[in-house]
Design a protein around this ligand. Structure first.
Ligand code: HXC
Length: 281
C-alpha cells in the first residue's frame, strides 16, 4: 500500500523492537527504505529483527539497553548512530505490564512498570530530541499507548497511569518542539495478539470475551499497526502532530455506548423488537 522508498530519508529507532509490535513496525520500516535501529533489553531477539530486515534487503542495527537507564539509552543510541547515521525518527514501543489488584501492588511493582513506560519514553524522547535539536534536522516521534490511556483500566493501574503520562508527553512536546520541526504523535491500539502482551494480560476465557466486544469481530494484526505507524512516520504525514490515532476495531467506543448491546443480537430480531416498541397510530 506504500511506495517502497516511502521512508528512505529516515533513520528510525524502535524501542522494544526485538519482538511483537515493535518487530512488526521495525521490519515494515526497513522494507520501506528506512535505516532501522532496534533497542531493547535482550540481545538475541534484537539480532533476529536485524537479520530479518537485512534478509529482506534493508539496513538495520541493534543495541541493548534498558529504557529505565538514561545513560544506557544514551550509549545505545550512540552505537546505533555510529552504524546507521543520525537518528531522525523514534518509535517508543517498549512497555511493561501485568495484571494485579491495585491493593496488592508493591511499591517496586508500580515503580517498575511506570519506569519502563513513562520514564523510559522520556529517556529516549529527550535523548533523541536533543540530538535533533542540536543538529537542526527536525524529526518524527511516535509513541504506542493504549485506549485506556484516557479511560484508565482496572487491574493494570501502573500501566494506565504511565500510558496517560505518555499521551500527555506527546501532546506537550507536539507544541513545545514544533519550532524545531519535531512531530510527536501516538497510536492507541486495542488488543493485538502478541506473546508479550497476551501471556501477561489474557487469562482464562477473557481473550474470547474480549474478541466479542470488538465491533469488527477480531483482534488487530501487527501488520495493520505497522501500516498506520509507517504512514504517521512518513513525510506524507508532515502536518500531523499531537494526534493520537485509535486502532482497535471500534472496541473502546462500543464499551461506552449505552445501546451497543443490541448489536449482540441478530439484526432482524432487533428490528422486530424496535418495530414492536413503536407506538401504534
Ligand atoms: C504482581 C509483580 C508481577 C505480577 C512482577 N511484579 N510481576 N507483581 N504481579 N504479575 C513485581 C515484582 O514482584 C517486583 O516487586 C516488581 O514487580 C519488579 O519485578 P521484576 O520481575 O524484578 O522486574 P523486571 O524484571 O524489571 O520486569 C518488569 C515487568 C515485566 C514489567 C515486571 O513484566 C516485564 O519485563 N515486562 C516487559 C514486557 C511486557 O510486559 N510486555 C507487555 C506489554 S503489553 P517486588 O516488590 O517483589 O520487588 C502492554 C499493552 C497493553 O502494555 C494493551 C492491551 C490492550
Amino acid at each position: 500500500m506504500f511506495q517502497t522508498d516511502l521512508l528512505s530519508s529516515q533513520t528510525i529507532l524502535v524501542t522494544g523492537g526485538g519482538s511483537g509490535l515493535g518487530r512488526a513496525m521495525a521490519e515494515r520500516f526497513g522494507a520501506l527504505g528506512a535505516r532501522v535501529g532496534v533497542l531493547g533489553r535482550r540481545v538475541e531477539p534484537l539480532e533476529e529483527t536485524v537479520a530479518a530486515i537485512r534478509a529482506a534487503g534493508g539496513t538495520a542495527a541493534c543495541a541493548s539497553a534498558d529504557v529505565r537507564d538514561p545513560h544506557g539509552v544514551h550509549l545505545a543510541i550512540d552505537a546505533i548512530e555510529a552504524e546507521l547515521g543520525p537518528v531522525n525518527g523514534l518509535v517508543n514501543n517498549a512497555a511493561g505490564n501485568f495484571l494485579s489488584a491495585a491493593e496488592d501492588l508493591s511499591p517496586n511493582a508500580f515503580d517498575s512498570v511506570v519506569r519502563i513506560v513513562l520514564h523510559g519514553t522520556f529517556h529516549t524522547t529527550q535523548d533523541v530530541g536533543k540530538r535533533m535539536i542540536e543538529r537542526g534536522t527536525g524529526g518524527t516521534m511516535l509513541s504506542i499507548v493504549t485506549t485506556y490511556a484516557w479511560m484508565g483500566s482496572a487491574f493494570v493501574l501502573p500501566s494506565a497511569c504511565a500510558k496517560a503520562g505518555v499521551l500527555a508527553m506527546t501532546r506537550s512536546l507536539a507544541v513545545e518542539w514544533a519550532c524545531y520541526g519535531i512531530r510527536n504523535n501516538a497510536i492507541a491500539p486495542g488488543p493485538f495478539p502478541t506473546e508479550g502482551a497476551f501471556s501477561r494480560l489474557m487469562a482464562g476465557d477473557i481473550e474470547e470475551q474480549a474478541k466479542k466486544q470488538i465491533p469488527l469481530g477480531r483482534f488487530g494484526e501487527p501488520g495493520e499497526l505497522a501500516n498506520l505507524a509507517a504512514y504517521m512516520m512518513s513525510p506524507g504525514a508532515a502536518y500531523m502532530t499531537g494526534e493520537c490515532v485509535v486502532l482497535d476495531g471500534g472496541e473502546w467506543l462500543r464499551a461506552g455506548q449505552e445501546f451497543s448491546r443490541y448489536t449482540e443480537y441478530p439484526r432482524e430480531a432487533v428490528k422486530q423488537v424496535f418495530g414492536a416498541m413503536r407506538p401504534r397510530k
